[in-house]
Design a protein. Structure first.
Length: 291
């Protein structure tokens, strides 16, 4: 089983830029933009999620991989995470093995997945197989609980991840939309290698369609909504990296790719500074729910 992730105490918090914040920006350019905006790392989308998305070929031997790695070397901006696989219950092993190949070539250490399979036993088997496969590539799956998918709570994500030897990546938008608690989050800190940071209005969309639209195209920069981000950040160790994931195509058009990236970095810094003033959150009393 993969050892729990335990952030090093006192280590400087790193801040990354998620691909979804600039979905139409190819990874080689995303590395350059992230560097100019002051980010430490990026997440790269090595597998498109919808047919409307622009696919990025980052498989070993591809020209885009070579260009991306050249930009990583010249800027020092690393690629920490790859994405995205929605585990739907089908036979997806070939897909995740290709993702691992691309991730290993990029130097990534985690791969974000989500759970849409309604059959718990089948999902557990798939996640365990994926985690076992990932060891050969040096990559650990990180299961993201998403408010409109089957795995849609900290508890369900943590139980599945612990059983498989995987980790859990927490997104501040979904954390609020599925009603996560701060003590719950503090209680699974050893499973969380990264926090995805964005903001949104406090009010929850009325239906699944609204949740999907908000998640994919209508998020706000950190600190510009009503999600009370600083207290979420404070529930995790001060060294836990954050990745700013705030897709807003309208803002990208308004500010440009670099302008939006710079705005996100400045907004994230303000939230992280605020979080430093808050008292640490105590974990929930152990009741076996997250074990």
């Amino acid at each position: 089983m993969t050892a729990p992730h335990v952030p090093a105490p006192g280590r400087r918090r790193e801040v990354g830029l998620a691909q979804l914040s600039l979905l139409e920006t190819a990874p080689p350019e995303l590395v350059l933009i992230a560097a100019e905006a002051g980010f430490d790392f990026i997440g790269a989308r090595v597998r498109h999620v919808t047919s409307a998305e622009r696919p990025y070929d980052l498989q070993p031997g591809s020209p885009m991989l070579a260009e991306t790695l050249a930009n990583v070397r010249s800027t020092g901006v690393r690629i920490v995470d790859i994405e995205f696989l929605l585990m739907d219950g089908g036979d997806q092993r070939d897909a995740w093995l290709r993702m691992f190949e691309a991730g290993q070539a990029l130097g990534a250490r985690t791969m974000t997945v989500a759970g849409a399979d309604p059959e718990p036993a089948r999902f557990a088997d798939s996640l365990a197989q994926m985690t076992e496969d990932g060891r050969a590539f040096g990559i650990t799956p990180t299961l993201e609980p998403i408010s409109y998918q089957h795995i849609n709570s900290l508890g369900s994500a943590a139980r599945a991840a612990r059983a498989a030897g995987a980790w859990v990546v927490v997104d501040t938008l979904h954390f609020r939309r599925f009603g996560g608690s701060l003590p719950e989050l503090a209680g699974i800190a050893d499973l969380v290698p990264m926090l995805q940071l964005c903001d949104a209005p406090a009010g929850r969309p009325a239906d699944r369609e609204g949740l999907v639209h908000e998640s994919r195209a209508a998020r706000l920069a950190p600190g510009e909504g009503g999600l009370d981000l600083a207290e979420i950040v404070a529930a995790l160790p001060s060294s836990t990296p954050v990745s700013v994931e705030a897709p807003s195509p309208a803002d990208v058009v308004r500010l440009g790719e670099l302008g939006w990236a710079r705005h996100l970095r400045q907004a994230a810094d303000a939230v992280l500074t605020q979080a430093q003033t808050l008292s640490p959150i105590l974990p929930a009393a152990s009741n076996g729910a997250l074990a």
